[in-house]
Ligand binder design. Structure first.
Ligand code: PLP
Length: 358
């Protein structure tokens, strides 16, 4: 089977096999990694290796801390303003889809938020995004928040806000899919359940000067400074998820790192969008330069066939293609763990479905 779920998403098969083999008797401990203390030398070694591998993969500079936190992407929707928005200040939120919108709504509970909607449509109806030079950012903002890959909307942008303010990016559905320049950002966060590992674990990469900006009382597990001071072990971290993320980072290094993943991800996306574009039976409505490499929403010409498409796809081992409830249609999420063979299998199924229903 190939699992196209947007999250929790497919993990690399080799990683799952290793986790299965180690599950009951991890490193000859006579128990699972889930059952050992997070402060034991053997778990500390796992934690440190995971962080080092991530640092190597993303070339994280020494003045950035890596935090392994709880609470998913939405946990960060509150942690970011709690830590970085001064009670009398303002933050700019760039809105490119439903997750950046949700982040802005959450931040507005904690302070003043300016939302900048950068979505637009071309005359042919295709969705696009304004270029960063057009975003009217405010000079007073404590930070600028954005979500470069919108998981639900299947839209992404590569350019960053033109600002001197710290850029805070929700990379939940695109982290590790291609190289990025960490020093462009003040803080990056990502829920693990797409390109990293099990849900619950949340990765935060934060420039160290931003650890001292909090002007209010923050719940301890959302406090960046406290989390950094305790090497992400102020309370019990999600140890199994951290271990599994470490296996994924190790797998990514063995694949050749994020530059190799970028080539593979672009090839998968080109193949799928290329097929959609030549078809009259299926369509994607995002302008080519803004199409997500990771999340590919598409529609059947006849909506009435949606449930039959999903059922028959599942019967052919192609799982979780139903589109997000707010968008409808279909969505194929093709994160790092999806091999090109999965995309090829999807396209053959789509051709066959078109032949029998077109
Ligand atoms: N941000 C993005 C880009 C997402 O795709 C998601 C979930 O899919 C979230 C935030 C919310 O993550 P969580 O469910 O871990 O809170």
């Amino acid at each position: 089977t190939y699992n196209f779920c947007a999250g929790p998403a497919m993990l690399p098969v080799d990683v799952m096999k290793q986790a299965q083999e180690e599950l009951i008797n991890w490193q000859q401990h006579g128990c699972s990694v889930m059952e050992v203390s997070h402060r034991s030398p053997s778990f500390m070694a796992v934690a440190e290796k995971a962080e080092q591998d991530l640092r190597d993969l993303l070339q994280i500079p020494a003045n950035y801390k890596v935090l392994f936190m709880h609470g998913g992407g939405r946990g960060q929707f509150s942690a970011v303003p709690l830590n970085l928005l001064s009670p009398t200040g303002q933050a700019d939120y760039v809105i490119s889809g439903s997750w950046s919108q949700a982040a802005a709504e959450e931040a507005a509970k904690f302070g003043r938020v300016q939302s900048l909607d950068i979505r637009q449509k071309q005359s042919d109806g295709l969705r696009t995004i304004q270029s960063p030079a057009e975003w009217s950012l405010s000079a007073q903002a404590d930070y600028v928040h954005c979500c470069p890959n919108e998981t639900v909307d299947g839209i992404e942008f590569v350019g960053l806000p033109h600002t001197e303010k710290p850029i805070i990016a929700d990379l939940s559905s695109t982290i590790l899919s291609r190289p990025i320049q960490i020093s462009d950002y003040g803080l990056i966060y990502a829920g693990a359940q797409k390109n990293i590992g099990p849900s619950g674990l949340t990765l935060v990469i934060v420039r160290d000067d931003l650890l001292n900006t909090a002007h209010r009382t923050i719940p301890c597990i959302q406090d960046y400074r406290l989390t950094a001071q305790h090497d992400s072990m102020f309370n019990t971290p999600p140890t199994f998820a951290w271990y599994l993320a470490g296996l994924v980072f190790d797998w990514l290094k063995r694949q050749g790192g994020v530059a190799t993943m970028a080539e593979k991800n672009q090839a998968k996306a080109d193949l799928l969008y290329g097929y959609l574009d030549q078809s009259d039976f299926y369509r994607n409505d995002v302008a080519p330069e803004f199409r997500s490499w990771m999340n590919v929403p598409f529609f059947l010409a006849d909506d009435g066939l949606n449930s039959r498409f999903v059922e028959q796809a599942e019967a052919n081992g192609l799982l979780a293609l139903k589109g997000h409830r707010s968008v409808g249609g279909m969505r194929a999420s093709i994160y790092n763990a999806m091999p090109i063979e999965g995309v090829q299998a999807l396209i053959s199924f789509m051709q066959q479905f078109e032949r029998s229903h077109g």
